[in-house]
Write a protein that binds this ligand. Sequence first.
Ligand SMILES: [Zn+2]
Ligand SMILES: [Zn+2]
Length: 346
Amino acid sequence: MIKQVFSGIFQIKVPLPHSPLIHLNSYLLRSEEKNILIDTGLNFSQSFQSLRRGLSEASIELEDLTEVILTHFHVDHVGLIPRLIEASGNIKISIHPIEAELCRILSSTYKDLFAKIETFLKSNGTPSSIALKLTESHPLHEPKIIRPYQELAVATHPLEDGQVISVGDYHFQIVCTPGHSPGHICLYEPSFKILISGDHLLPSITPHVALWWFTKNMNPLADYLNSLKKIEKLDIEVVLPAHEETFINHCERIKQLQDHHNQRLMEILTRSNSRRFTAYMKASQVHWNINYKSWNMFPPFQKYLALGETIAHLYFLEKKQLIKRTMVDQVLYYSINEKAKKRKKY
Ligand SMILES: [Zn+2]
Ligand SMILES: [Zn+2]
């Protein structure tokens, strides 16, 4: 499925098999001198064929593509890179250096990756048998999933904040928006007031913000909230997101996301039965907007994602000195600073 959203800018809906997200929106920026694709889709034949058909509806063949820009390293965005490299020879691949480094970490530590994940889960209070189940459910076990990281680990061109990408009449600025991933970027066109938002801003899905073993010493939620403020200041008429449909009123959407995180932080601080808790305990108490009756019924990978999100919120509160963290027998425990419970906004 393809839609020309602006003259020379096409949205191609690439199916995401087995994913609740259903589609990834890949964007083609077409001009006389270059053709740039933004984000790709999962590494499945069905997705690749669909992307190829979409491009050809816009009169572009795979070998006509000159560059792929990746908004971030998540697998639904980078998955088709190996097939694009194979089909179009020396295509230029651009991504933020932090994301390129993550691709290197994921592919170089592949062998002990799962041991690291399991240790991380246990240190956050996940019972051993569940930690094993969650680790076994991780999508990186799938060779199809890890393959793009091996390609991206070797040769990519770095994108930096403020860099301008000119295609035809458009001059897109790279805007660094860390949070959903540490080196996430958006593309902003100030004259036409267009934002290609990746996963930073989606019309109804709340972008996932998590802290993992490989994002140590980062504060993803603080980064995400700062990135929202950065985008809020831009003059934008239309947002072209990586999932769902194009939308307007970006400031209204940003306000909803800010409120969501504020509520989640308050929930973490107030809904507490015990003085001391682990991230795993807290994740099981938080209300998740998901169609399962109880925490125990969550599929393993959903539990894993919920835990990463909870840890990001706990780390944010710890940096604000609203909670304290202590390590006991290699497990991290948190306790709430009493003054924190009286706050309305974080
Ligand atoms: Zn993502
Ligand atoms: Zn995505």
